[in-house]
Design a protein around this ligand. Structure first.
Ligand SMILES: Nc1ncnc2c1ncn2[C@@H]1O[C@H](COP(=O)(O)OP(=O)(O)OP(=O)(O)O)[C@@H](O)[C@H]1O
Length: 723
């Protein structure tokens, strides 16, 4: 026992303190930084990285670095600024997260040192995803990290932000902290990272980014990463990077998209798109896919239609105006699903790393080739395969394909087999007839799509006038195309709109989409092209509508019927679908659906009108009757009140008379005033009334001219005695 104790003491006294070990490790690591040779790196262990980081990487299953990681990690460890570009899904996140952990480790950072690293992401989902990766690989370190994104409690963040070493955030929220958190300090900041830098700037955050950067210390390292480079990113690099190292690992590649990605496009008209996507989904039930749609309102509508028709696989939707909690929960759900279809706006286009996506479908033509590249980049990530399908209208085909070729995107045209497409229009129309809310959504989707075409700067690709609006409206289940003022107004003036104005408006709207806070959810505050909030301003900005707006003419039922006839709607034909989605057409005699039979609809409307009128008349009659009854009742009550008042007055008069009479009759008895009062007081309040009744009965009896019998007189005598 004693011996054991001795050994124990001896061991303790010779143990090297932990801090000394760390110091030694840091010293050894930093000495190797200048010797890093990307070409000789096989595994992460070949980098001079701390034990804690290596353990974190191994635990998360990362063994071999990707090209961008091999190239960028060493340069970042050496302390250089970086402008990094690499294909989608090539592992840029780890390329900046590993140097982050090492930087704080080297500096022996603790919670008390406050903010050391800022990572800015363009969307909340991407920030959340980066935060999750950071938690995984940094699990053996002791740093604190926080996610600072909109849609959460600012006060709660304010309490924690100064004790957070690594902040992953969106630009808007960060700026809000600069403005509203009085003690928020960045003076110790070591590294600034801007992920998806071009998107962050293009989304209208350029000004915000400039403000943020101006609040940061000059002595810092800055890393900008993106799959695509734009003019704005180069401009930002000029002002915010110090002698940056430009790392572009795939610059010499033959393509700008992953090689294991198969890309194709088809051409169809706008009015066929819904049928096409429906047919596609029905034919790929054992797939996981993302369908990119231009605006939130379109996403909402198409998602609701597809949900109602029950395609046979889980359907989800993700767009900017959703509540934050819902956005996160949809992101998680879609990550977990094996087979599912996610309808999304471009908030899901950048950086998001949904596992095992088989298909990316672009329901609407992307604004530019870069957006195309990021959208398709949601599949074929990190050595996996994937497929992408782009849907173009004949108007968009030439211009868009040219842009993609210029960007080295290998894409092939495929023809649509018409047998493969189920015409969904009748079903959508039936749904819209059944659900008023869906019909309203259809109108909004219609308007927002047309507006998005106007807002797209590139006239070589997008032309709103080329759209057959009637056919498009019909495909959305609408009997008539909603009136869109900007279509007419824009026709003449479109040429004069300068592209900058448009893109700034577009950016502004994008920003609004990302910044929009919770609980909107489905409250129709659509970001992109909100008629309620922004349309008026947009129209004025774009078209300078100084002249008064054309007054909307009221559409009568007759006019509506005439319009429908002109559209050659299938009259007296109904299409039903079997479980497989095959169309079964019913002829006139067989069945006449009220939706398509104008005559029958007219008769039905007339009948409804008639019933309504009758019901209304009955209601009016009932009201009148009630009023008359009330008046009668009021009159009766007034009469009764008057009668009672009169009776009371009479009683009082008679009582007065009686007292006077008594006084006159007995003056000689010497009754003084006191006696008179006593007598008056002694009369109970009932007695005068009784007397009065008796008197009245007597009066009536005497005044009555009818002959009185003895019996009558007896009756009266008995009555009087009973009183
Ligand atoms: N060294 C690695 N070993 C194994 N898997 C990796 C490695 N690096 C990254 N990955 C995986 O590759 C996928 C893509 O990584 P990441 O999201 O960082 O790509 P990215 O380049 O940022 O893509 P995007 O441009 O779309 O944002 C992720 O699932 C990630 O876990």
């Amino acid at each position: 026992m004693a011996e054991n104790q001795k050994i124990k003491i001896k061991n303790y006294s010779t143990r090297i303190p932990q801090w000394k070990k760390i110091d030694k490790e840091i010293q050894q690591l930093t000495q190797q930084y200048n010797k890093i040779d990307p070409g000789s790196i096989q595994t992460f262990n070949d980098f001079p990285l701390s034990r804690k980081t290596l353990d974190g990487l191994a635990k998360a299953g990362f063994i071999h670095p990707t090209d961008i990681q091999r190239e960028a990690i060493g340069v970042a460890l050496q302390g250089h600024d970086i402008l990094g570009a690499a294909m989608t899904g090539s592992g840029k996140t780890l390329a900046f997260l590993i140097p982050v952990l090492e930087c704080l480790y080297r500096a022996r950072w603790t919670i008390n040192d406050g903010l050391g690293i800022l990572i800015i992401s363009p969307t909340r989902e991407l920030a959340y995803q980066t935060f999750e990766v950071l938690k995984k690989i940094g699990q053996f370190h002791d740093f604190s990290a926080g996610l600072i994104i909109g849609g959460k409690d600012l006060k709660d963040e304010q309490g924690r932000i100064n004790r957070t070493n690594i902040v992953v955030c969106t630009p808007g929220r960060l700026l809000q902290h600069f403005d509203e958190t009085w003690n928020f300090s960045c003076e110790n900041l070591k590294i600034l990272i801007i992920d998806e830098a071009d998107r962050t700037l293009d989304m209208g955050f350029a000004e915000t980014m400039r403000s943020i950067i101006s609040n940061l210390p000059n002595q810092r390292q800055t890393l900008l990463f993106s799959a695509t480079q734009t003019k704005s990113i180069r401009e930002l690099a000029l002002v915010s990077l110090e002698k940056p190292v430009y790392i572009s690992v795939h610059e010499k590649a033959n393509t700008s998209t992953p090689t294991n990605l198969t890309q194709s496009y088809i051409v169809c008209e706008v009015s066929q798109k819904i049928s096409l996507i429906w047919s596609f989904i029905k034919n790929h039930l054992k797939s996981k896919m993302i369908v990119f749609i231009q605006s939130c309102k379109q996403v909402k509508f198409i998602y609701n239609v597809v949900c109602k028709l029950r395609p046979g696989l889980p359907v989800l939707a993700l767009y900017g105006t959703m509540g934050q909690m819902k956005r996160m929960s949809i992101y998680d759900t879609f990550c977990r699903k094996q087979y599912a279809c996610l309808f999304a706006t471009d908030i899901a286009a950048r950086g998001l790393d949904f596992p095992a996506i088989n298909w990316v479908i672009q329901f609407d033509c992307p604004p530019d080739a870069n957006t195309y590249i990021h959208r398709v980049g949601r599949t074929a990530r990190f050595e996996h395969g994937g497929e992408a399908l782009l849907i173009l209208t004949s108007r968009e085909e030439q211009g868009m394909i040219k842009q993609l070729e210029d960007k080295k995107v290998p894409i092939k045209k495929i023809e649509v087999n018409s047998n493969y497409i189920h015409d969904l229009t009748p079903k959508v129309q039936a749904l819209c007839a059944q659900f008023q809310e869906l019909k309203e959504e259809a109108k909004r989707a219609f308007t927002s799509y047309l507006r998005s075409l106007i807002l797209m700067g590139n006239r070589k690709v997008f032309d709103v006038q080329s759209i057959d609006t009637d056919a498009f409206a019909s495909s959305l289940g609408l009997e008539i195309a909603p009136k869109v003022r900007f279509m007419k107004k824009g026709q003449k003036q479109e040429q004069s709109i300068d592209t900058d104005t448009k893109s700034s408006i577009e950016n502004k709207n994008n920003t609004e989409e990302e910044n929009k806070d919770d609980d909107d959810d489905d409250d129709d505050d659509d970001n992109w092209f909100t008629v309620k909030k922004t349309s008026d301003t947009l129209e004025q900005e774009i078209f300078n509508l100084s002249e008064p707006l054309e007054k909307e003419k009221k559409l009568t039922k007759t006019k509506l019927a005439r319009k429908l006839r002109k559209k050659n709607l299938l009259i007296n034909k109904r299409i039903e679908y079997d479980d497989e989605g095959n169309a079964i057409i019913h002829s006139d005699e067989e069945d006449q659906s009220p939706i398509y039979n104008i005559e029958e609809a007219k008769t039905r409307l007339q009948q409804i009108d008639k019933t309504d009128k009758e019901a209304y008349r009955a209601l009016v009659k009932q009201k009148h009757k009630e009023r008359r009854m009330k008046e009668k009742e009021a009159r009766r009550a007034a009469r009764e009140a008057k009668r009672l008042k009169q009776e009371q007055e009479e009683e009082e008069e008679e009582e007065e008379e009686e007292i006077n009479q008594n006084e006159e009759e007995s003056p000689s008895n010497g009754t003084d005033e006191q006696e008179r009062l006593e007598r008056k007081r002694s009369l109970s309040p009932v007695e005068p009334r009784k007397r009065k009744k008796i008197q009245r009965s007597l009066k009536e009896f005497i005044n009555d001219d009818t002959t009185k019998t003895i019996n009558d007189t007896e009756q009266l005598a008995l009555y009087l005695l009973s009183k």
